[in-house]
Design a protein around this ligand. Structure first.
Ligand code: BG6
Ligand code: MG
Length: 219
């Protein structure tokens, strides 16, 4: 396999914003009278805001009318925006920027594939709004991960074949989205959680493009 394109999730892969999503969802759960622990949170990771709140309400075994759900999503987002407003380059995850810059230098096309509607604001906070050749986020897609839409659109914008491209993901729903789209997948996080990915590393600083090329050539 000759690698053509690299597609990166944002929250939890490029930057440490997954923890802020968790804190804001946990606060919403507490506001509604139940708790959300880090294990339950794994089921929310990667999902769109709407799919996330549906999953959260299921965990708390509560239901609301549509207007109230909209209000609760807005409340969570306001808490989330408050938490991320001071993000800067120091919130980039170890190795992320070097890995992407080195990929670009070596001629690989790179895209962002995030479920978040706050992606463009975060890219600005991190000072990397011009880093990617294509940016696909929650404002561009209708189907939430594990549907592969966000990555398929990214691959299309890059002009690359999914089969020859790698998705980097920290969420089980995102790993599934990658595999559903026929991409190769590198999991960022714990092997136990991301066992469906082709390889799992703790962060992008732990792997080089040469190693990935070698690995996928043999695969
Ligand atoms: C994903 C996160 O990247 O974006 C999810 O993993 C989050 O936790 C989703 O719910 C939607 O984000 P936002 O910023 O549009 O609410
Ligand atoms: Mg993520």
């Amino acid at each position: 396999m000759k690698i053509e394109g690299l597609l990166f999730d944002m929250d939890g892969v490029i930057c440490d914003s997954a923890k802020y999503h968790y804190l804001a969802w946990k606060k919403l759960a507490n506001h509604l009278g139940f708790d959300l622990d880090i294990h339950q949170n794994e089921h929310l990771k990667g999902l769109s805001r709407r799919e996330s709140i549906d999953a959260l309400l299921k965990i708390g075994d509560v239901s609301f009318l549509e207007d109230k759900i909209e209000e609760l999503m807005a409340l969570k987002n306001s808490w989330y925006l408050e938490l991320i407003k001071n993000m800067d380059e120091s919130d980039l995850l170890p190795g992320a920027l070097d890995f992407i810059n080195s990929a670009k230098k070596n001629g690989f096309k790179v895209a962002l594939g995030s479920s978040s509607k706050n992606a463009s604001a975060i890219l600005k906070y991190l000072n990397i709004e011009n880093l990617f050749d294509a940016v696909v986020d929650g404002t561009h897609v209708t189907n939430s991960k594990p549907h592969p839409e966000v990555f398929l659109l990214g691959a299309k914008m890059l002009g690359v074949n999914p089969k020859n491209s790698i998705v980097f993901e920290d969420a089980t729903s995102g790993v599934e989205a990658a595999l559903n789209g026929n991409f190769k997948c590198v999991g960022i996080g714990k092997k136990g959680t991301l066992h469906k990915a082709d390889i799992v590393v703790n962060n992008l600083g732990e792997i080089t493009l040469n190693q990935l090329e070698e690995f996928f050539q043999k695969a």
